[in-house]
Design a protein around this ligand. Structure first.
Ligand SMILES: [Zn+2]
Length: 130
């Protein structure tokens, strides 16, 4: 694995509960420079999925291991499984100071049309290849 995951923090920070999940936001303070990084929750999840699926299999495995999660396959689609058995998604937050942060978001439909999102971990992400 070329990339490195550092300073993993495990959290349980509610981000969203209910409808209108398309309005939900994720924000994180860059520990390096103090800037506040923000993304729309669904846009961040979609972008993170695309990024994660494009990684080599060893990187996908290495990332979930760094956080203590399990990798499972749905067909040939890699899914990140939390200890709870629920799916989690990586969200990338790039800072102007060149730090790249990874947020891990648990996101699922709790009841029909009621979505829950929880920030379950953050980490600093370094890619030796770039
Ligand atoms: Zn920063």
């Amino acid at each position: 694995m070329n990339s490195k995951v550092r300073d993993v923090s495990h959290l349980a920070l509610p981000l969203h509960d209910g409808m209108h999940e398309d309005n939900a936001c994720l924000s994180l303070t860059c520990c390096q420079c103090g800037a506040v990084l923000k993304t729309g929750l669904l846009a961040g999840i979609a972008q993170g999925k695309h990024w994660y699926h494009a990684l080599p299999t060893t990187e996908q495995q290495g990332l979930v291991t760094a956080f203590g999660y399990q990798l499972s396959l749905l067909g040939n689609i890699p899914m990140v499984k939390l200890p709870s058995g629920r799916n989690a998604y990586f969200v990338l937050l790039d800072c102007a100071c060149n730090e790249r942060w990874l947020a891990v978001v648990e996101y699922y439909e709790y009841q029909p049309a009621r979505y829950k999102a929880t920030l379950v971990a953050t980490a600093r992400f370094e890619n030796a290849a770039t």
